[in-house]
Write a protein that binds this ligand. Structure first.
Ligand code: G16
Length: 544
């Protein structure tokens, strides 16, 4: 056997963030950097020898090289079988689906999600466990601990595997199967949604949709599902070829970065429905004609209409949302008589609730929605869910959302991001906020009175694990909220996120621009946290 044991030295910066290890490509290309992290993953697992690993990525720069390295390391470390997506392509939800379908031990996903790619962009690696979901904190902590003491890694010496053609190869004792990236995932979607009805809608001549894959991983999936299986006209999917640099774009499906799609949906002769997904296919943005659906509202609308969709016709066990996500879904859950769970930011926190059958739908303000069909958020799943609802209700996106607000009230919502803040300044801002919390209760801030102020702490109801310091919340007596936290997914400096929310039950007052409706809270947020002074920025870099 040509297994090499290579001496190495630890890196000090391999702590996984909100979703795996994300760094600039130039960091990942440092000698042994990738290998150290992969070996640390393997070293922190028990009992994987002879088992199956799923491997793929979003097609960004460095994906192909990293896959070859990981295949050879998997062989040297005794994995039984590796299922790798053709051309190295697998979306994050597809990896989750394939792990579950094949009862794999785990999976490695190569992606920095919505972060830009290319030689000057970002790269990332995350490990998913046997339920198909992101590794929970106890696993990522063990991986991190191992990165700090690693001194060797193992790699099998062999030529590269041809990952462009479907087929089976042998690397030492390990079988490498190059699998079709799309079929298993598309079959799962077909089992959940009413494809006949969606096909009627898409081929009726009265309905047009536009899907922006942003030159990222969902292109092949979207072509296969919308244009081939569902009969939508060719051209329905735009930017559908995955590119290593995402066509120089920023594959983050929001109003700022998905501007091509936004222009189409807000232009003359706009289609009825628009959607976009991110780098690795787990995020989604939903648009109607000249109408944007906030991710928080999207979760609430899906929950309220779930019984219209075959896969969810028997109802929901519960819903879950991340803490900064608006409380729109809570109102639906209350009406349905089911529980709504509030978790820290990070899809990994939904895993236990889904496994225990306590939640069926989950969502986050960060353009993530999903269900118990896999253990990741799922962009195209959300698009299909909306299409299924539109096909049944025969109303526009805007009509559906406005009726929703009439029934449940409207949660005005916005997130203000301050990107590239110097880390020390961002930490000072958060520390100052934390130290002011104890004196805040009862205070009058503008026309709002503080009902509670805390640093969110979560106790997992399934395994009792506790996650602290998950974001500073200031809640007001009328149900409005401001939340402050630092992003766990950036790669340069710090990103401060400020989440703003207010509740409006009066239909006559539900037509404001959210920035207008939230104007007073925006001023209060700046006063309380001294954002402008401490960040040195006079406005957010991104508003969603
Ligand atoms: C990841 C996580 C999400 C999280 C998002 C933003 O998404 O999986 O759960 O909401 O990051 O996190 P942060 O606010 O810490 O930047 P993705 O799509 O980047 O994997």
């Amino acid at each position: 056997m040509n297994v090499q044991t290579v001496s190495t030295q630890p890196f000090t910066d391999q702590k996984p963030g909100t979703s795996g290890l994300r760094k600039q490509v130039q960091v990942f290309r440092k000698f042994h950097y990738l290998e150290n992290f992969v070996q640390s993953i393997f070293d922190s697992l028990e009992g994987y020898q002879g088992q199956t690993l799923v491997l793929g990525g979003d097609g960004r720069y460095y994906n192909r090289q990293a896959i070859q390295t990981i295949l050879k390391m998997a062989a040297a470390n005794g994995w039984g079988r590796v299922l790798v997506g053709q051309k190295g392509i697998l979306s994050t939800p597809a990896v989750s689906c394939i792990i579950r379908k094949n009862q794999a031990f785990g999976g490695i996903i190569l992606s920095a999600s919505h972060n830009p790619g290319g030689p000057e962009g970002d790269f990332g690696i995350k490990y998913n466990i046997s339920n198909g979901g992101p590794a929970p904190e106890k696993v990522t902590e063990a991986i991190y601990a191992r990165t700090k003491e690693i001194d060797t890694y193992k790699i099998f010496e062999a030529g590269d595997v041809n990952i462009d053609e479907l087929g089976t190869f042998q690397l030492s004792e390990t079988t490498v199967e190059v699998i079709d990236s799309v079929t298993d995932y598309a079959d799962l979607m077909e089992s959940l949604f009413d494809f006949d009805r969606i096909r009627q809608l898409l081929t009726s001549g009265n309905f047009r949709m536009c899907m922006d894959s942003m030159h990222a991983v969902t292109g092949p999936y979207a072509h296969a599902i919308f244009e081939q299986r569902l009969g939508a006209p060719a051209g329905t999917v735009m930017n559908g070829t995955p590119l290593e640099d995402f066509g120089d774009g920023h594959p983050d499906p929001n109003l700022v970065y998905a501007h091509d799609l936004v222009e189409i949906l807000y232009g003359d002769n706009a289609p009825d429905f628009g959607a976009a997904s991110d780098g690795d296919g787990d995020r989604n943005m939903i648009l109607g004609r000249k109408f944007f659906v906030t991710p928080s509202d999207s979760l609430a609308v899906l929950a309220a209409n779930a019984k219209l969709v075959p896969g969810y016709k028997d109802g929901l066990a519960g819903v879950a949302r991340s803490m900064p996500t608006s409380a729109a879904a809570d109102r639906v859950a209350a009406q349905l008589g089911i529980d709504c769970y509030e978790t820290p930011t990070g899809w990994k926190f939904f895993g236990n609730l889904l496994d225990a059958g306590m939640a069926t739908l989950c969502g986050e303000e960060s353009f993530g929605t999903g269900s118990n069909h896999v253990r990741e958020k799922d962009g195209l799943w959300a698009v299909l869910f909306w299409l299924n609802i539109l096909a049944v209700r025969q109303q526009s996106v805007e009509q559906i959302v406005r009726e929703h607000w009439q029934t449940y009230g409207r949660n005005y919502y916005s997130r203000h991001d301050y990107e590239g803040v110097e880390s020390d300044r961002a930490n000072t801002l958060m520390d100052n906020l934390r130290s002011s919390l104890s004196s805040m209760k009862g205070k009058q801030l503008g026309s709002y009175q503080v009902e509670y102020a805390d640093d969110f702490s979560y106790t997992d109801p399934v395994d009792g694990s506790v996650s602290q310091k998950q974001g500073v919340r200031i809640g007001f007596t009328d149900g409005s909220r401001i939340v402050f936290r630092l992003s766990g997914t950036g790669t340069q400096g710090a990103t401060l996120r400020v989440y703003l929310e207010s509740y409006e039950p009066d239909v006559a007052k539900q037509n404001l621009d959210p920035q207008e409706a939230l104007a007073d809270l925006i001023v209060i947020a700046d006063e309380v946290a001294q954002i402008r002074t401490l960040t040195g920025m006079d406005k957010p870099t991104v508003i969603t």
